[in-house]
Design a protein around this ligand. Structure first.
Ligand SMILES: [Zn+2]
Length: 132
């Protein structure tokens, strides 16, 4: 077959230093949720995350973390958000899915270790994640 209809698999690549920053930010916020904006690039379904932004006017508590998205400048490098679940669940809540922003939603569960982080799409399907 000459032309193969290639379907791009989604995947997330996270830089190790960004992962470390996320984990220490979430540890600092515990027992409240922490929330950060993910910066990066998306190409052919591959989302490369290489930076973080602390959202303006963020409000967090033990079971919620949010910020008014309308305050965000339009920026193509904002690929999603990451927030923590001090409860220890890695699954996105209904509220999380309603507040989906960008291409990927990452959740870090307590105790915020290297393998406590998960990536989800807007339909609550998990996206394979690799650390580089
Ligand atoms: Zn959540």
């Amino acid at each position: 077959m000459l032309f193969k209809n290639k379907k791009f698999e989604r995947s997330v690549i996270l830089k190790k230093d960004v992962l470390d920053s996320i984990l220490s930010f979430c540890q600092m916020k515990h027992p409240n949720e922490g929330i950060l904006i993910l910066k990066g690039k998306s190409k052919n379904g591959e989302i490369k995350i290489d930076g973080l932004v602390i959202p303006p006017f963020s409000e967090t508590g033990p079971t919620f973390a949010g910020f008014p998205y309308s305050f965000l400048p339009f920026d193509m490098s904002y690929v999603g958000i990451v927030h923590s679940h001090p409860s220890g669940s890695a699954e996105p809540s209904v509220t999380d899915l309603h507040n989906f922003f960008g291409l990927v939603s990452m959740i870090v569960k307590s105790p915020y270790e290297d393998d406590s982080i998960f990536a989800w799409d807007s339909n609550a399907n998990s996206i394979p994640l690799s650390i580089e």
